[in-house]
Design a protein around this ligand. Structure first.
Ligand code: HEM
Ligand SMILES: *[C@@H]1O[C@H](CO)[C@@H](O)[C@H](O)[C@H]1NC(C)=O
Ligand SMILES: *[C@@H]1O[C@H](CO)[C@@H](O)[C@H](O)[C@H]1NC(C)=O
Ligand SMILES: *[C@@H]1O[C@H](CO)[C@@H](O)[C@H](O)[C@H]1NC(C)=O
Ligand SMILES: *[C@@H]1O[C@H](CO)[C@@H](O)[C@H](O)[C@H]1NC(C)=O
Ligand SMILES: *[C@@H]1O[C@H](CO)[C@@H](O)[C@H](O)[C@H]1NC(C)=O
Length: 335
């Protein structure tokens, strides 16, 4: 390599290092001048959806989480299979199987496009809708950071490797969160989203009678709660949907954490936060169980952190016209 090339290389590399790998250029006022009513437009659609679907908000925040954990918060999870566009959907990965709520995202996108055409990314719609979901369920919102752009790619294998599984022990969950820059406090706070929504029986039925081939139930599952789960998940009921929070199923509150203290976490990945010997997550569960304010503070801070995972900004990516598809490329002009 010639000296001048080497110098150019060093200058570029230095500039990249100075910019840092995760310097997101997001801002809470990103759309204020051009779409002042954006958050209320989104909230109105989520409110409408909740009238006929108690899980609408839960579905939306789960989508945002699954978006951010794969190639950053770039709307990649929303893309559906397309041979033409070379999209092998992330929704085909086991961790996304049966994910629901894309119809609600599309309804929000339509309302947003009607008011503010060609401006707001699908990745940002998921971030705003997550905040609406929490507020409408009785939780407290946060200062949503905006300015993400949408990817032109999906990463199915990334979804397979990055999304946590409900069967995993704490050590695995910790690694998967750490891989995207989230620590134990974030893991516990964000798991608190399981204060609403449902899980199908297949994701916890192995805990009920013969856990890990022991012939016995999971010892960290409270017996009376276990009985109700056995009844709710009879043979053939693998796809029955059970409240993640048996105490206040549709409210955004701290009961997820008090449930864990009583061995009433639904998934293995929930209960391990409290029941893993010596874990640093135990005291965090206790802190959130003791104070809803502490949980709401922690949840908002961790949602902002999660929302900052490797967004596309500036001129990277695009503003999708339809959340399920990349934009058509402009026709090649005659030259
Ligand atoms: C810590 C690792 C996590 C694991 C292993 C996990 C796993 C799961 C599973 C298996 C379900 C049930 C899916 C189904 O039945 O189709 C579920 C539902 C849900 N998850 Fe998680 N999750 C985790 C963290 C999170 C986070 C960080 C959020 C959001 C911030 C979240 C939000 C939700 C919501 C709201 C639902 C209910 C969705 C609905 O009713 O459709 N989860 N999760
Ligand atoms: C924004 O919403 C307010 C109240 O919801 C309404 O009065 C106002 O006309 C809206 N502005 C625009 C530009 O749509
Ligand atoms: C897909 O995700 C994996 C895991 O995060 C990552 O290593 C890989 O670079 C991603 N691939 C693309 C093409 O973005
Ligand atoms: C936990 O992670 C280890 C190491 O990556 C892996 O071998 C194991 O299968 C994971 N456990 C579960 C239940 O997924
Ligand atoms: C996690 O990171 C936050 C800052 O983002 C920090 O306040 C908190 O103490 C950290 N938690 C742990 C367990 O390191
Ligand atoms: C529990 O599972 C193990 C391993 O899958 C199996 O060998 C055993 O027969 C099962 N026990 C009962 C009581 O079903």
């Amino acid at each position: 390599m010639a000296f001048s090339e080497a110098l150019a290389y060093i200058l570029v590399a230095t500039a990249l290092i100075a910019a840092g790998p995760t310097t997101a250029q997001l801002s809470p006022t990103f759309y204020d001048a051009r779409c002042p009513n954006l958050s209320s437009i989104v909230e109105d659609v989520v409110r409408q959806a909740l009238l006929t679907d108690a899980r609408a908000g839960a579905k939306l925040i789960r989508f945002h989480f699954h978006d951010c954990f794969v190639n950053g918060c770039d709307g990649s999870v929303l893309l559906t299979d397309s041979v033409e566009d070379n999209i092998d959907s992330e929704q085909n990965a086991a961790g996304n199987q049966g994910i629901q709520g894309e119809n609600i995202v599309n309804d929000i996108k339509t309302a947003v496009e009607n008011a503010c055409p060609n401006l707001v990314s699908c990745a940002d719609i998921l971030a705003i809708a997550s905040n609406s979901a929490v507020v409408l369920a009785g939780g407290r919102g946060w200062e949503v950071q905006l300015g993400r752009r949408d990817s032109r790619e999906a990463n199915r294998s990334g979804a397979v490797s990055n999304l946590p599984s409900p069967f995993e022990p704490l050590a695995n969950l910790t690694v998967k969160f750490a891989n995207v820059g989230l620590n134990s406090t974030d893991l516990v706070a964000l798991s608190g989203a399981h204060t609403f929504g449902r899980s199908r029986c297949i994701f916890f039925s192995r805990r009920l009678t013969n856990f890990s081939g022991s012939g016995l139930p999971d010892p960290t599952l409270e017996p009376a709660y276990r009985e109700t789960l056995i009844e709710a998940c009879p043979a053939g009921g693998d796809n029955n949907r059970i409240n993640l929070d048996p105490t206040t199923p549709d409210e955004f509150d701290k009961n997820y954490f008090t449930n864990l203290q009583a061995n009433r976490g639904l998934l293995t990945s929930d209960q391990v936060l409290f029941s893993t010997d010596g874990a640093d997550t135990i005291e965090i569960v206790n802190r959130f169980a003791a104070s809803q304010e502490a949980f709401f503070d922690g949840f908002g801070a961790s949602m902002i952190k999660m929302g900052n995972i490797r967004p596309l900004t500036g001129t990277d990516g695009e503003i999708r016209l339809t959340c399920t598809r990349v934009n058509p490329l402009p026709a090649v002009a005659d030259m």
